[in-house]
Design a protein around this ligand. Structure first.
Ligand code: GDP
Length: 477
């Protein structure tokens, strides 16, 4: 469906479906007030004032009666209505709302079924179910926000770490939009001078090539400044992966659980029990995917151990995809030949050596010789938790040596691609200016740069791209 042409009234549950203190149902569109007037006991709304009352189903016979004052004053004709919940209703009059349309937000009790009952009632009274991201899409189409701000809404909702949520908010406040508009203005100024020189050659001199070269260099620097945050943004978005490896029974699963503070991996004292690869996200400022692998063992050949063998293969694969490895051995047993062989597999990797089960020994183990290039050797206990915080600190240092405060511009791959296209066009224009080519030829590249930036902010965008962006939202946003 082409939602751009469809500004009918939509509704959705805006809070996660589950048990909670409050549930919110949102309605947006021309019929928002008409609908709420039918189903609410206190529907005289004023801007910026919420109303308290009851949601009632005007078509259903009551099984219980309402004793509140609002409810009885609503029952003018002595008819009784079926109350669905006691609620607060927030009215937003167009254009002063999230979507730019008339919006009603119903705050009810946060139970799965009460929220669904109210949603169904709203649907029955004239709204249709919103599609993914449709409220934000309308906000964009009604110019309540540009595309970079709309995309930041999805980033904030989906952010896997507290830090990424913080940096995404910068775009919601319009930091990227302003940065891009500044660049666009710089480009537009040059384009205006070139165009004036071409269109009115008798009145306006075409700009000097030195001016063009200087301006294009400045524009490239400005684009580079915005793009400088690209890698960091990508790391924040995609995160890093950390594999836990070691021979069976050294405590890898226990360590996995201790780092995540959960009991997801199955821990037993039978060697080789972690047969699948488990993945969980740990918030270390950037999302770190922690991978618990089956124990790596050299010779597992017999039939019974087939499953274990698959696990070992997985381990080798996980090693390949890992940005950092936690190599675990048993502190009591000390570092044996088998452990050293596994360490050999890691020689091209960034890794931390962990001597686990330090609760079973009195003094830290001294593996001899220490592997070449090894930077960190930690002694800890996954069982008692001793040393886990030190390991987290070390992990943080190793995988996310990024200060989010220094990240001025957060961009996603779509935005980066638009910026790179704009940069390429300006580079072409720069080259052409250095060669003193005709200025109407130069203007073609300059215009392409503007178009690329307009695509970034959504000034110029196709339905397909737009649908693709909002498909990644959740319903109700
Ligand atoms: P994996 O095969 O390497 O994943 O090892 P597990 O995490 O399944 O642990 C194997 C056994 O070692 C279990 O009985 C754990 O309770 C025990 N274990 C794990 N970590 C520690 C620890 O720090 N101290 C002690 N004493 N036992 C541990």
């Amino acid at each position: 469906m082409n939602i751009i042409d469809e500004f009918d009234t939509i509704t959705a549950i805006a809070t996660p479906v589950g048990m909670g203190g409050v549930g919110v149902i949102r309605i947006s569109g021309d019929k928002a007030f008409e609908i709420i007037e039918k189903i609410f006991t206190n529907p005289k709304f004023e801007p910026r004032k919420f109303n308290h009352g009851w949601i009632i189903d005007p078509d259903a016979k009551p099984k219980i009666s309402i004793h509140s004052q609002e409810a009885s004053s609503f029952n003018k004709n002595q008819k009784q209505y079926l109350p669905l919940d006691e609620v607060i209703v927030l009215p937003f009059f167009a254009p002063n709302s999230y979507t730019g349309e008339d919006v009603i937000e119903i705050q009810c009790h946060g139970g799965v079924n009460v929220v669904k009952n109210i949603l169904n009632l709203v649907l029955k009274n004239g709204a249709r179910m919103a599609e993914k991201g449709e409220f934000t899409k309308r906000a964009f189409l009604n110019k309540r926000m540009d595309l970079s701000q709309a995309e930041s809404v999805a980033d904030i909702i989906h952010s896997k770490t507290t830090e990424f949520a913080k940096v995404s908010v910068k775009n919601l406040s319009g930091v990227l939009k302003e940065g891009v508009n500044d660049i666009r203005n710089q480009i537009f100024e040059v384009l205006s001078k070139i165009t004036a020189g071409i269109d009115f050659p008798e009145d306006v001199k075409e700009p000097e090539y030195d001016y063009l070269i200087n301006s294009f260099n400045n524009i490239i620097s400005s684009i580079d400044k915005v793009l400088s945050g690209a890698n960091t943004s990508n790391i924040f978005r995609q995160g890093a992966s950390v594999a836990i490896v070691g021979k069976p029974n050294v405590g890898k699963s226990s360590l996995f659980n201790a780092l995540l503070s959960l009991d997801r991996a199955i821990v037993t004292d039978i060697a080789g029990t972690t047969r699948d690869v488990l993945r969980e996200t740990l918030d270390l400022g950037i999302p770190v995917t922690l991978i618990d692998t089956a124990g790596i063992r050299d010779e597992v050949v017999n039939e019974i151990n087939k499953v274990e063998k698959i696990g070992i293969e997985y381990s080798k694969q996980s090693l390949e995809e890992a940005d950092l490895v936690l190599f675990v051995y048993d502190a009591k047993q000390g570092m044996k030949e088998e452990d050293k062989e596994i360490l050999e597999l890691l020689k091209d990797k960034k890794y931390i050596v962990v001597a686990n089960k330090c609760d079973t020994i009195t003094s830290p183990p001294h593996p001899n010789p220490l592997p070449q290039g090894e930077e960190m050797h930690l002694c800890l206990s996954a069982l008692t938790g001793e040393g886990i915080n030190e390991l987290k600190e070390e992990l943080t240092k190793k995988v996310c040596d990024i200060n989010p405060e220094n990240l001025e511009f957060v961009t996603n791959t779509r935005q980066q691609e638009c910026l790179r296209r704009a940069r390429n066009s300006i580079e072409q224009a720069l080259l052409a200016s250095q060669l003193h080519e005709l200025q109407d030829l130069i203007s073609i590249d300059v215009k392409s740069a503007i178009l690329a930036l307009d695509e970034l902010t959504g000034e110029l965008i196709t339905d397909d791209i737009l649908n693709n962006i909002f498909d990644h939202f959740c319903i109700g946003k």
